[in-house]
Design a protein around this ligand. Sequence first.
Ligand code: PEP
Ligand code: MN
Length: 340
Amino acid sequence: MMIVMTPQAAEDQIQAVVARLETTGVHVVVMPGELTTAIGAIGDPEGVAELGIEGMPGVDRVVPISRSYKLASSELSHHEPSVFDIGGRTVGGGSTFCLIAGPCTVESREQTLGVARAVKAAGASMLRGGAFKPRTSPFAFKGLGAPALEILSEAREETGLPIVTELLDAQHAGLIEQYADVVQIGARNMQNYALLEVAGKLGKPVLLKRGLSSSLDELLQAADYVLKEGNEAVILCERGIRTFETATRFTLDLGAIPWLKLHTHLPVIVDPSHAAGDRRLVGPLSRAAAAVGADGLIVEVHEDPEHALCDGPQALQASQFAEFTAAVAAHAQLEGMRLA
Ligand code: PEP
Ligand code: MN
């Protein structure tokens, strides 16, 4: 923590700040400059944050030096990338590329089993599918609920693919715990801190999507909410953010991937489907994701996107999924990765 005094700060004001900092046992260094004096407080940033230094006479600003996210950070103790085994599929670590694919929403048994077979045959690592859907309009299809989880379970039984499905509300935690292999937290719930704690307690890997308008710092602090429950398996997902650009549904922040790789040990995957909102962009964005070092993708696939109940325009055609996978695998290979 660095405390910057105003140019007018008097010596007794500087000494008052030093005295207050010293009550927490931090090492204090006073650095007089040409215009202002800066005071460094080394150690215990939490204790210092609670001292109310900002309000003291002569203080201009308090500048934190250490990161706001702790457990997700690769800078403190966790320098090596985290690697998770999920039903025999490796996520993270840099040598495998995880391809999660499936429908946006479980609409029926036939639809889900059909897509599950297609994505399995093409080499997908896991099956996605929503049972409880967060919809912008309360009048839109919100998913089949519990029966959808039964259908996903049948698809897992047949294909062997682990299931990724969203925990929308804490009241469904028991059900999701029973059926999911990976618990998805949707973009709209990234800052639902109570839900993050519930997800953290389920003891299953959590796929945490970046909020629509959330910074990467906020994403990593959200990950800390899950990690602090003792759950080490958090997969981050860049799924596009709100910008002034409206040509695409969201703006896929490709720079987020190498930035996250520098600052966190957690695996990072990309959702090009929700970012693009248009299936024609999903292939290029997926290949780009592999090129910037993503650990995998989560993509939407449908056998009949025209009649999908949710997100049809962005769903890849199931019949074209093998071709898509081959292109992604080739790009992942350039990065030294093979499909998980
Ligand atoms: C989804 O993956 O189905 C979904 C709703 O995504 P997001 O939370 O990123 O909008
Ligand atoms: Mn969707």
